[in-house]
Design a protein around this ligand. Structure first.
Ligand SMILES: [Fe+2]
Ligand SMILES: [Fe+2]
Length: 468
């Protein structure tokens, strides 16, 4: 794994967000001058001053669903999830997008901030009132929430689609070239993977949504792209640097490259494989290594690609194939790719498993394989990433309407983002509508909840229609 480049700021970023949430939460329960509030303020101030000393100033910004500290996205952290979610809602409730801590911060400054923060929602214009109240405090500046315009949203959807299909056409081209005995240039692959990494860092749900649409013809090409996207998304949860994510995306894109050696009549065979055919299919990890080394410009990444091509069907407990007598630990990237590979394989209607599984069934099967076939720690992150109801699941709500899951909600795994597609009688809606399952009615109960997930393969639901 590439070393993390972050210094003090990167390490403490999530603690900054968490500690600010702790202060606000405590101050909401007690009086802002309460001793518990003061001690959490003191902790925050000493943490911040260390960072200000190092970086000159510290700016915490909320963009979309993510916090950024001095322009670096604050890493996902399971233990702080509820506090992150809380702070995000509090910021949004005040249209607050940015807090800039400039000079030697004093506890009194933070006390002032907390008092203004708590008072703001009761004013006609919360942000205006907060910003006005903070004028005497020289060390803290605030900025409004930047709204992502609908137009920008439309553009980003187009970019996501373009990036995805560009990657698919690239992987098609690679297979063709290899079959024709031509050299493959990996420079284009690097550019493609870089754009996928960039998109995942800002618009994870949309790109993950693309991997959930499975009714494409060319399974093999979509599969390599999907595995690459799922691997990058998982790597991001693990806190890998952007450079490492790029390398991971590359090696994942090439994990099945050895399949070019499998005769098409075997690869595309509609019925079950014979023993002899299985023997051929199981050689694709060897052929993968050979194919990788045939590429132009072998470097550290291609060597890692060869390792992953070789190891991606070797299980966590060293069963699987190729059979290995003595093997040190599997490469981290192989373990990530093998999780992404199994998930995409099971949920796709590939040739040698005609009926795809619904995402939640695939996930529960993979959970049974945790520890034997799959790395338990990585699976924890993966389950957290795809959620209890993965993107692409079909669910029935307590209103009897059917909905498609189109985004996860890490803070509330049982309350993902959904798109309602039918009325309570099951009639298809002309205009599907998004529903927020975290909304509560005046009695404090959730307005809408998922009752259960349905097997999407048994309903005639065209996911592409909803997720694109
Ligand atoms: Fe494979
Ligand atoms: Fe695969």
């Amino acid at each position: 794994m590439a070393p993390e480049k972050d210094g003090q700021i990167g390490v403490a970023a999530k603690d900054v967000v968490n500690q600010l949430a702790v202060i606000i939460r405590t101050a909401q329960i007690h009086n802002p001058t309460n001793v518990a509030v003061l001690s959490s303020i003191e902790k925050f101030v000493s943490m911040l001053n260390r960072l200000i000393w190092e970086a000159g100033s510290v700016e915490l910004e909320l963009v979309g669903d993510y916090f950024y500290l001095n322009e670096d996205r604050v890493r996902f952290s399971v233990e702080y999830l509820l506090n992150f979610d809380f702070l995000q809602r509090e910021f949004k409730g005040r249209s607050l997008g940015r807090v800039h801590f400039l000079c030697g911060l004093k506890p009194e400054d933070m006390q002032h901030f907390v008092a203004a923060f708590l008072a703001a929602p009761h004013r006609p214009d919360p942000f205006e009132s907060l910003s006005h109240a903070l004028e005497p405090v020289k060390c803290i500046e605030v900025g409004g929430l930047r709204r992502i315009a609908e137009e920008a949203e439309h553009d980003i959807r187009r970019t996501v689609k373009r990036t995805y299909f560009n990657a698919v056409s690239f992987s098609k081209g690679v297979m063709k070239k290899l079959r024709a005995g031509e050299k493959v240039n990996i420079r284009r692959a690097k550019r493609i993977v870089e754009s996928m990494v960039d998109l995942l860092l800002q618009q994870e749900d949309l790109l993950l949504g693309m991997t959930a649409i499975k009714n494409y013809d060319d399974y093999t090409f979509h599969h390599s792209v999907n595995v690459s996207i799922l691997s990058i998304a998982l790597g991001q949860r693990l806190g890998l640097s952007k450079r490492a994510l790029m390398e991971l995306g590359m090696v994942a894109l090439f994990h099945d490259i050895g399949k070019t050696e499998i005769p098409p009549e075997v690869l595309n065979k509609p019925s079950n494989f014979t023993d002899e055919e299985w023997r051929i299919v199981r050689r694709h990890p060897f052929w993968g290594v050979k194919a990788v080394f045939k590429m132009k410009g072998v470097d550290a990444t291609t060597i890692r690609a060869a390792i992953v091509a070789y190891e991606h069907h070797i299980h966590h407990d060293k069963t699987g194939y190729p059979r290995v007598r003595r093997l040190s630990d599997l490469d981290l990237f192989s373990r990530i790719v093998s999780i992404a590979d199994q998930y995409d394989g099971m949920t796709s209607s590939r040739v040698y498993a005609r009926v795809p599984m619904s995402p939640d069934r695939a996930l529960s099967l993979m959970m049974k394989r945790t520890g034997s076939q799959l790395d338990p720690l990585l699976m924890k992150f993966f389950i957290n990433m795809v959620g209890f109801y993965p993107v692409g699941s079909l669910v029935v709500l307590d209103s009897k309407e059917l909905a498609v899951v189109c985004g996860t909600n890490p803070a509330h795994p049982l309350r993902p983002k959904v798109l309602i597609i039918t009325d309570p009688r099951g009639n298809k809606l002309q205009e599907p509508r998004m529903a927020d399952l975290t909304l509560k009615n005046p009695q404090g109960e959730y307005s809408l909840s998922i009752v259960k997930s349905l097997d999407i393969t048994r309903y005639r639901v065209n996911l592409a229609e909803y997720l694109l």
